[in-house]
Unconditional design. Sequence first.
Lengths: 114, 106
Amino acid sequence: GAGVSQTPSNKVTEKGKYVELRCDPISGHTALYWYRQSLGQGPEFLIYFQGTGAADDSGLPNDRFFAVRPEGSVSTLKIQRTERGDSAVYLCASSLEGGIGGYTFGSGTRLTVV
Amino acid sequence: AQRVTQPEKLLSVFKGAPVELKCNYSYSGSPELFWYVQYSRQRLQLLLRHISRESIKGFTADLNKGETSFHLKKPFAQEEDSAMYYCAGAGNMLTFGGGTRLMVKP
């Protein structure tokens, strides 16, 4: 596609529920990144894919968070047993391998856990 | 650990005044540094990168290895420059600073 697409744009869920956030990167971008941005803070790295594999998942806060990219294109960030502290904007970005040319960000999914 | 620090949460200037948004980094080796901007209701977008030594929308940023800084500057601020600005450093992934909100008053 022309840009990085994230769906849904907004998600409200109840504490304890499971959510999935989707990212559709730019066609041909082999690298895909997930970030989380809390109010008043900069984006915080979660996980990075190169192709289908997670090259670095050191930013995932705990085992309730998981992400997949089965065909090396669309990625899904999954959060189990959501907590109110998970409320944030979840950003996805994609780039050519190694970040060449810079990252292109999506508009984010605003997750609110009530 | 790689770290990027933006000491100012908010910078308010009048139109036409010079602007300097501060960024300090802590990286091993030679970092690749960027400035990203987020205008109201828009997505985060790349403003400039140190490696290309470019000027975008009148903004420049020089890497100072002695001071480990990559401050963003513009000689004459415009109202449309009002936005959130994030400094970022590249390793395997981008590491962002906390951001500075620039408000340019008429």
